[in-house]
Design a binder for this molecule. Structure first.
Ligand SMILES: N[C@@H](CCC(=O)N[C@@H](CS)C(=O)NCC(=O)O)C(=O)O
Length: 343
């Protein structure tokens, strides 16, 4: 009797849901489509990752990920707006719906995934926490930092790892905690702290683009943590999460297959490789499964390039940051970047 009631109730519910929700879309994806653009949370300005120019045009690796997601959904890389967020503001902005996705040097951790109610897409930059000091201090190892004043931003894994590292090594430190990136940079370069700690990529960015004289600062050899940086979305919209997830995987897989912004259209029209035909929508299926157009990945790669192109353009050897691929190389090149099959 009870079983029948449940069945009857769920049948009514299914009808109601079916009547009001378009196929394939959860709440966030519906809202994004309705609005006509993606709202993407980024940093307040970290060169190489997310940084506005004097005209307010954003660029960087994290920004390109947003352009890629916008392209997957709308076929238009410009169907995106950016919200600058400090470390402290970012999770509330995502939880409250102020942004649809956070693409902002954010480390994937257990508590962010669970207690904060987020879902992390694949890692777009494997990093670790480092220390930067003025060369004049003559320090060569993080283990020589006992007693130092350390500049750090609140609401970060950085702040927590810093305390763990000093405690584990029985060293003292004086935290200088400043929320605004601009102010923490100013404090460090004015000598208000001896040490600056954050993700090593952040240190490379700040040293090369903010330091009055980059040569005067050294980044110490120790990395004290794992900082897998990944885009995040709210729990509760699997369809949107799938699009974000497979867009990142698509960027990585395109690099592995040698598909670039330059050759993607030609490859799509000439390839006889069944894997690539599926990826690029020559063989239909992936687009329908994701609820986007079949040529979604052609459009994405044409607009922003593959993962390797995005990396080199924003943070690679030819940029001021001058970062090596390291852990961010493809798995076929000894790195960690690996996409599951796009089928
Ligand atoms: N990956 C760490 C740190 C991220 C972080 O916010 N780092 C600072 C220092 S590089 C930053 O990006 N600030 C930019 C801002 O506040 O706009 C985390 O997720 O907690």
């Amino acid at each position: 009797m009870r079983f029948k009631t449940v069945l009857a109730t769920s049948a009514v519910l299914a009808t109601a849901v079916g009547a009001t929700m378009p196929a394939f879309a959860g709440e966030t994806l519906d809202a994004v489509r309705e609005r006509g653009y993606l709202q993407c949370g980024v940093s307040t300005g970290l060169a190489g990752f997310s940084n506005p120019d004097s005209q307010g045009v954003w660029s960087g690796l994290d920004v390109d990920v947003c352009h890629a997601i916008a392209t997957a959904i709308f076929g238009d890389p410009e169907a995106v707006r950016f919200t600058p967020l400090t470390a402290q503001q970012r999770f509330t902005a995502l939880q409250s719906g102020e942004v649809d996705v956070l693409s902002r040097n954010t480390t994937w951790t257990l508590s962010r995934d669970t207690a904060l109610g987020l879902n992390f897409a694949p890692v777009t930059f494997y990093d670790g926490q480092g220390f930067m000091v003025p060369k004049a201090l003559g320090v060569t190892s993080a283990l020589e930092l006992s007693g130092a004043a350390v500049c750090v931003q609140p609401g970060t894994t950085t702040e927590l790892n810093l305390a763990d590292f000093f405690r584990a090594n029985e060293m003292e430190f004086e935290p200088v905690v400043i929320e605004s990136l601009e102010e923490v940079n100013a404090a460090f370069f004015a000598g208000r702290c001896d040490v600056y700690t954050t993700d090593a990529s952040g240190l490379a960015s700040i040293r090369s683009t903010v330091a009055p004289n980059p040569e005067d600062y050294v980044i110490l050899p120790e990395l004290i943590s794992k900082e897998p940086l990944a885009p995040a979305v709210r729990h509760g919209d699997d369809e949107f999460f799938d699009i974000v997830k497979w867009t990142v995987f698509g960027l990585i897989e395109a690099e592995e297959k040698g598909i670039t912004s330059e050759n993607v259209e030609e490859i799509a029209s000439t390839t006889t490789n069944p894997d690539i035909q599926r990826m690029l929508g020559v063989t239909a299926g992936n687009g329908e499964s994701l609820g986007v157009s079949e040529d979604w990945l052609v459009q994405v790669i044409k607009a922003v390039g593959n993962y390797g192109e995005i990396f080199e353009r924003n943070v690679g050897a030819e940029t001021p940051l001058g970062l090596e691929r390291g852990l961010n190389a493809l798995w076929t090149e000894g790195g960690l970047q690996y996409a599951p099959p796009l089928r």
